[in-house]
Design a protein around this ligand. Sequence first.
Ligand code: C2G
Length: 130
Amino acid sequence: MKRIITYGTYDLFHYGHLRLLERAKNMGDYLIVAVSTDTFNAVKGKKCAYPYQQRAEIVKAIRYVDEVIPEECWEQKRDDIIRLKVDALVMGDDWEGKFDDLKDICEVIYLPRTSDISTTSIKLDVKNNH
Ligand code: C2G
């Protein structure tokens, strides 16, 4: 059974997130999503509309997702991959190359982002047009 992991904030869940999770799951048999905690998002400089608990529950409800864990820091990936026996790390290609240091313990795959949608653009659209 091929085990996949991916990491992200997943705020204001949208089609780009869904397509990433769908493609990541289709690369294996079991998909783990590490959802960024509110504390870690502060480190990332991201202010979320939804708190961690709600973002995690929404992601867990997605049919492609088998397990959700908290992402609390940049450095946990290596331990997660070893502890959870992960075969591949999959991320959108806005992260291209950023996690290549993990190639000694798993496949690292960057998938094309879905264009014309982002949490930021959704926030701006709602602010300006509604
Ligand atoms: N994504 C995508 N297409 C979009 C928007 C996002 O494919 N239009 C992908 C991103 O590339 C990422 C995932 O969806 O793989 C989640 O995106 P974010 O919630 O923005 O996550 P991010 O802030 O990039 O956090 O340690 C890694 C970080 O936690 C990633």
